[in-house]
Design a protein around this ligand. Sequence first.
Ligand SMILES: [Zn+2]
Length: 324
Amino acid sequence: METVENCDFWSDEAEVCIVNNNAGKRFRFLKLANPSQTWVTQEAIDHISEQIAQRKLSDRPNLSFDRNAQPDERVLGSIKQTDLLIVNVHAIPPELNLSPIGRVEGRAALNSFGFMLRRAMSAHLDISPQEIRVGLRVTKHSDQIVGQVFLSDSLENGAGYCSHFKQPARLKQLLEFMADPNGDFLSKWLSPDHANCQTSCPDCLRDYANLAWHCILDWRLAVDMAQLALNASANVNLNSPHWQPLAATAIPAYFKAASLEPMTLAGLPAGRNPKRPQRVEVIIHPLWALNHPIVVQAENDARAAGISEPLAKKSLFEVLRRPF
Ligand SMILES: [Zn+2]
């Protein structure tokens, strides 16, 4: 891996193995009743029948099944040679937790960063986003779990899109393109027209190809990751310009809906349960570790204010997606 700014990266041509387990359900193949060894899924048959009906075709194929053959459940895979680009944040400040293991916020940040990279690369190279595939990889570095974004060219043998960024200067330029609030790319996400997007939408990160990730994609987390990839001291905080307007509306609305009395601890928004005044919930940035100095200060302030129960911590990510 090489490092540019605060971003580790590796790029080359290599073999990529793509596995499709049908969202964990696997594919159930049935054998057709013909002399050949043809196995198909019921979904494929239904699709063909639908197409025949829609196009009013007359020559329906004989698609009866061999009743003596047991169904065969398989996972599909393909191996191809193509161009890759792997990136991760180099130095992670100790007050942040970007781990994709056991933390949905960490997985969300990495996936969002991956799909943001894909959009930025496609804008930069003037190609369709579908020309680039996005995945995650987890590895270990000096006993620390490291989540990596894994990008590959969709075309067999590569089209040179991912490897275009193997030059450190080009990758740096791409990250700056993504993280510049006044630049062509990010200014659209920060514009008043996009202010109502609480998590992600087709104008920022969502498209048909990343349907499975829509519920966790978050453009604000993607911006945090892009800024961190350029600078380990980036301001990862709910008071940063891209989080503050959302925090200012979503957190009071949550406290009201949850019947919590708003208060502030170490500058953090907190809600007290009026029926159980010792129970206080503090709202934190999704990527903060629980030992973040401001969280520790909030604990101390709570104790000083006579709150005996440990503070409950809830990230704004949870407030927006599963508040109760
Ligand atoms: Zn959006």
